[in-house]
Design a protein around this ligand. Structure first.
Ligand SMILES: [Zn+2]
Length: 121
């Protein structure tokens, strides 16, 4: 049996998650995990529980949003690095499809597209 590709692993996870949520209420099942996740930010902004609850909740929400934004920034930087790594040979269609938009890569893509159009009946 061959190993699953990352795409196949992703689909397997999707199948099992959706099968599970088809039979159970995710809000109920995930509540302990969500509460724990939320608690971490509450602890961060008010470890000694000195703030009024509304203010503690407001700050915890902001801390959580900042955390998620940091993750998104890291992810964006990692994707940009990956794109750059793949686009090493400029002036090729493969560099263009990997995300490079420098002039030689755009020209290579334009030439490829002209060739495809010309091949159409
Ligand atoms: Zn390029």
């Amino acid at each position: 049996m061959s190993a699953l590709s990352s795409e196949q692993k992703r689909l397997c996870s999707q199948i099992s998650a959706n099968t599970r949520w088809a039979h159970h209420d995710p809000r109920e099942e995930l509540k302990p995990a969500h509460d724990g996740w939320r608690q971490r930010f509450v602890d961060e902004v008010d470890p000694n529980r000195e703030l009024p609850e509304a203010e503690r909740e407001r700050r915890a929400t902001s801390a959580m949003r900042a955390y998620m934004a940091r993750l998104a920034l890291q992810s964006s930087k990692a994707r940009a690095r990956k794109r750059e790594d793949r686009a090493t040979t400029h002036g090729t269609r493969s560099a263009y499809t990997a995300g490079c938009r420098c002039e030689p890569c755009r020209s290579a893509n334009a030439a490829y597209m002209r060739g495809r159009k010309a091949a159409l009946p």
